[in-house]
Structure formats: structure tokens, C-alpha cells
Design a protein around this ligand. Sequence first.
Ligand SMILES: [Zn+2]
Length: 264
Amino acid sequence: MKRKIIGSVLMMLLAAGFFYQVNDQEKVNPLGIAGQTEAEGGLLANNSINSKKVYLTFDDGPSDHTDEILDILKKNDVKATFFVIGKKTSTAKKQYQRIVLEGHTLAMHSYSHNYEQIYSSVEAFGKDLKELQQYLYNITEVKPFIYRFPGGSSNTCAGDIKPYIRYINRQGWLYFDWNALSGDALDFSVSAEKLNQNILKDVRRQKVSIVLMHDLHETKHTVEGLEKLIKTLKGEGYQILPITKNTKQVHHVSMSTVFENVPK
Ligand SMILES: [Zn+2]
């Protein structure tokens, strides 16, 4: 009898724990953050041999490869981050929704991706991003707040990037550059194998990698090599995670310089 009571108590505790986890995900999802939380990643990391983490990110989508990328991620049980731009087609709208529904992080990149326009002034920059955020919210009911500058924060088109960084900061948004890249958008003819070699070279020399890739019509070799890349990373003991609000940010510009000598 006593054993039965202990058993029931244990079952209740387990059920409560399960409920808490589900609830936690529900709280996280409306913020546009993938279902898998960083805390879970951290727990896994502590219990595994190492805590090497890789964040796969795709810029400039949706494209005619987005569904294929999503299929590969689903098949391999991996969540990633999509820094999207504004596209009006019905296919694109379904793809934004699929990104969210399948547990990936829907993140902002810019509505127009027109460097001259968005970097002409902080006002124009802000207008473009607010438009994208509202557009994505209307389609997905998710208000993204994770962001990547077109060209990265180290781009040469913006002139002085610091006012733009301060704008992102004022909105309470988080921006992410990268510390690993394939170079897929620099030369579309580079083979899938070589793109993966480029990524692995960067990833293997650090504990946490944010990998820049592209979801463009032209970057078909990225898609071609994706499954192999995931299998290699998993085989080498890396956790592959989506970016969340708790992910350590990678910035190309030192934040200490961004907030010094700010006009009051
Ligand atoms: Zn871009």
C-alpha cells in the first residue's frame, strides 16, 4: 500500500514536471523564439561530454529553397534561425508560418534589404524594420525581436553603424552577427563540400559558433550540403540550437564603443 502511495506521488511529480515544461514552451513561443529553450540546451550541455554549440542561421529568405531547408532540418530534428526579409508572395507567407510552426526562430533582417535605403538614415532604417516586424506579426502572430544587420554590423555601407546599433538597443531587440561562415553568397559556384569545409574550419576552433548561411535562389549548394553538415556536426558532438533571447550574442563591433560619447 505504502509503495502504491509513493508510486502515485512520483507519478504526480512527473506529470507536474511535464506540465511545467510544456507551459514554459508556450510562454516562449509567442515571443517568436523557437520552442527549445537555452536552459534545456544548457542542461544537456552539462550532462554531456562537452558543451560545443552551433547555431545555424539562414539570411535573406524566404526563397525557392526554404521548404527544402525546412524539410532537411525536420528530417534531422534540428532547429535553426531564419533572418528573413519582406516577401509578399503566398508561398513566402506560408514559409514564414512554417518556420514558426516547426519551432525555428523567425528573426528579422530587413524588409527591403536595400542597403542604400535602409542605411540612408536611422529613421529610414527604423521604418523598414518596424514594417517588417508588423508584416511578420500579421502573418505569424509572432513579433520577432532578434535581428541581423544586412551586411552584418561590420558592413561598410552604413558609414557609422553605431547609431543603428543604438536604435536596435532602444527597441529592446537583440542583434547577432556571426563567427563562422561558408562564404555561400560570395561565390555561388563554390561546391557544397567546400562550403561545409569552410564552416567546419571556423566551428572547430571555438566552443560556440553562429554560422552564416543564405537562403537565396542562388545558394543551392548550401542546401545540397546541409544534411551532410548536420550529420558531421552531430557526429563531432556539437549541439545544434536555434538562437533565443538567452543566446550569447556575437558582435563584430565592440559594444563599449557604441555607447561612449553618445550625445544626450
Ligand atoms: Zn542579407
